[in-house]
Design a protein around this ligand. Structure first.
Ligand SMILES: [Mg+2]
Length: 290
């Protein structure tokens, strides 16, 4: 008998599911439809698990989102999900382990990696005289001043497990040699808005998505698991290229990105409105939405 196709929605947050006020209110119609169809929603962001767990506290639907944090390097599953601990154990072995149950989520990540990143970049800074400061070097007051975030938001953003954001204060030439050197240690630098994120080269948003899919495939082998991914910026591109179905959300401030694949959909609206419209159209096209 042919296996049944089951979809998973994997989405970026800022300027994709969330509008300028960090709200998904305009996407509620499609989120409710996904819940009705039992389609899991995965948040895939550069945010920390703590930041997303805080946001998920207000989630109005029965099934809470699955979380992929820090660009694919951390995962969290609602801890009330049936057999989740057993399922994650069997998929991950001892690479990622359950380090914490927090706010109703079982969090999975490699608890060694951040310490390794911090020690490596600190060593390079001392040896080569590179000019940068990382999250771990700043006081809370300095981070509040730099980012414009509230005290609570800074605490959540600081709760990092797998990446270190740095503020580069040296020359472009030094930056290039710094990037070359960390590559030798298995790390990469992802340029964000204000900060550059130092992380393990083996993670990105497509790896985070693939990790969730492999978990579902292992837990529910009777179905074929397929992904629809939605995102607005270049760090979403890897995930959108790899997904079974891709939706690019146009970005009013930064412009609209293009993908290498030709079969993607460009949403009709910005942020949560475009998200809502695209997901509803997708559900209608797959005949899953009645
Ligand atoms: Mg975004």
């Amino acid at each position: 008998m042919a296996k049944q196709v089951q979809w998973i929605v994997v989405t970026d947050l800022d300027a994709s599911l969330l509008d300028g006020s960090y709200s998904y209110a305009s996407a509620m119609e499609s989120l409710e439809a996904l819940q009705t169809c039992d389609i899991p929603v995965v948040w895939n962001s550069s945010k920390t698990l703590d930041e997303m767990i805080e946001m998920a506290k207000d989630w109005p639907l029965k099934d809470k989102p699955i979380l992929v944090g820090e660009n694919g390097a951390t995962l969290a599953f609602p801890s009330d999900t049936e057999d989740v601990a057993e399922a994650t154990e069997s998929v991950w072995g001892d690479f990622l382990r359950a380090d914490a149950v927090k706010g109703g989520y079982l969090c999975l990540f490699d608890s060694e990696v951040r310490g390794l990143i911090l020690r490596t970049i600190q060593l390079l800074k001392q040896q080569k005289g590179f000019a940068f400061r990382g999250f771990s070097n700043f006081s809370d007051e300095a981070l509040i001043e730099l980012t414009g975030l509230s005290d609570k938001a800074v605490q959540l953003a600081k709760a990092r497990q797998a990446t270190e954001p740095i503020l580069w204060e040296g020359s472009d030439e030094d930056y290039l040699s710094f990037v070359q050197m960390i590559k030798g240690y298995g790390f990469k630098a992802i340029r964000g808005g204000q900060f550059t994120h130092i992380m393990d080269t083996k993670f990105d948003k497509s790896i985070g998505m693939a990790s969730v899919v492999s978990l579902f495939a292992k837990r529910y082998p009777e179905s074929v698991w397929k992904t629809i991914a939605l995102g607005d910026s270049p760090n979403d591109a890897v995930m959108l290229e790899q997904a079974d179905f891709a939706v690019v959300i146009p970005n009013k401030a930064k412009g609209t990105m293009t993908l290498k694949r030709k079969d993607y959909i460009l949403a009709d609206g910005y942020a949560s409105e475009g998200w809502n419209d695209s997901v509803l159209k997708f559900l209608k096209s797959t005949q899953q939405f009645i």
